[in-house]
Design a protein around this ligand. Structure first.
Ligand code: NAD
Length: 260
């Protein structure tokens, strides 16, 4: 019996990067996976990769900041698979500016994707989890849920906010046997981070190599990026917990960048 045999997992932002790895990890452990992402083609292509490996997956077109799209996507996953056991709220973007120059529309976009997205997908999935009296929500936070960096006001604010949302969902969900936790990765070399390296080099006036060595990895214990597999393992650890002993928590997976 595999670890998540027949469980149904919705992973947002799973056409790329960390979300895609999480979807593969759950599928390899027997779960049926709904891959939600902005573009239908990309979501379906990511699902097809899992199916080609012998797993069960479907692609969903979903902008997590759009309530109607979220509800339609989660309902479609439930209609196909008959249950929603686990939500991994992962979709995210990055926009960097100093606070005094941060364009308001970009600030709002960041909070919409990260916070509205987490709230809307949680709300849509809780309906089914409460009815089944079981469920687990895992938010992908960041070391920036605990720590600040220059230029990342919107990201840091949103990622800190996820801790609050998870704690409330943990308190409200307990009587329905629903848990909520946050995984907080350090820098993982995904498209989101690749995009930031030249942007930060420009903003900070240093080379790309210096951004990696002196900004991104400076505080780690070994100057290493966190791997997508490390993040997926932590997500499965929370998702597989079978009592309310492990709820309302956050786990930092960052090569020691941030310790608490
Ligand atoms: P990525 O850019 O590789 O993947 C993000 C995915 O989210 C993409 O497929 C994108 O299409 C999707 N997405 C973006 N906006 C969306 C929306 N409105 N609705 C639905 N899907 C949307 O990024 P990643 O590095 O894999 O990041 C995934 C998550 O991990 C994010 O929440 C990010 O903040 C977090 N994170 C990343 C790192 C890192 O170093 N890469 C570190 C800590 C936390």
């Amino acid at each position: 019996m595999k670890r998540f045999e027949d469980k149904v997992v919705v992973v947002t932002g799973a056409a790329s990067g960390i979300g895609k790895e999480i979807a593969h990890a759950f599928a390899a452990q027997g779960a049926r996976v709904a891959i939600a992402d902005l573009k239908k083609d990309a979501a379906e292509a990511a699902a097809a990769e899992i199916v080609a490996l012998g797993g069960v997956a479907m692609g969903l077109e979903m902008d997590v900041s759009d309530e109607a799209a979220v509800n339609a996507g989660v309902d479609a996953a439930h209609a196909v698979y008959g249950r929603i056991d686990i939500l991994v709220s992962n979709a995210g973007i990055q926009i960097v500016h100093p606070v005094h120059e941060f364009p308001f529309d970009q600030w709002k976009k960041m909070l919409a994707v990260h916070l509205d997205g987490a709230f809307l997908t949680t709300k849509a999935c809780l309906k089914y989890m409460y009815a089944a009296n079981a469920g687990s929500v895992v938010y992908i936070g960041s070391v920036h849920s605990k720590e600040a960096s220059p230029l990342k006001a919107a990201y840091v604010t949103a990622k800190h906010g996820l801790l609050g949302l998870a704690r409330v969902v943990a308190k409200e969900g307990a009587k329905h046997n629903v848990r909520a936790n946050v995984v907080c990765p350090g820098f993982v070399r995904t498209p989101l981070v690749e995009k930031q390296i030249p942007e930060q080099a420009k903003e900070l006036g240093i080379s790309e190599a210096e951004v990696v060595r002196n900004v991104m990895l400076r505080e780690t214990v070994d100057c290493e990026f966190t791997s997508m597999e490390d993040v997926a393992e932590a997500v499965m650890y929370f998702a597989g917990a079978n009592s309310n002993a492990l709820t309302g928590q956050s786990l930092i997976v960052s090569h020691g960048w941030f310790m608490e």
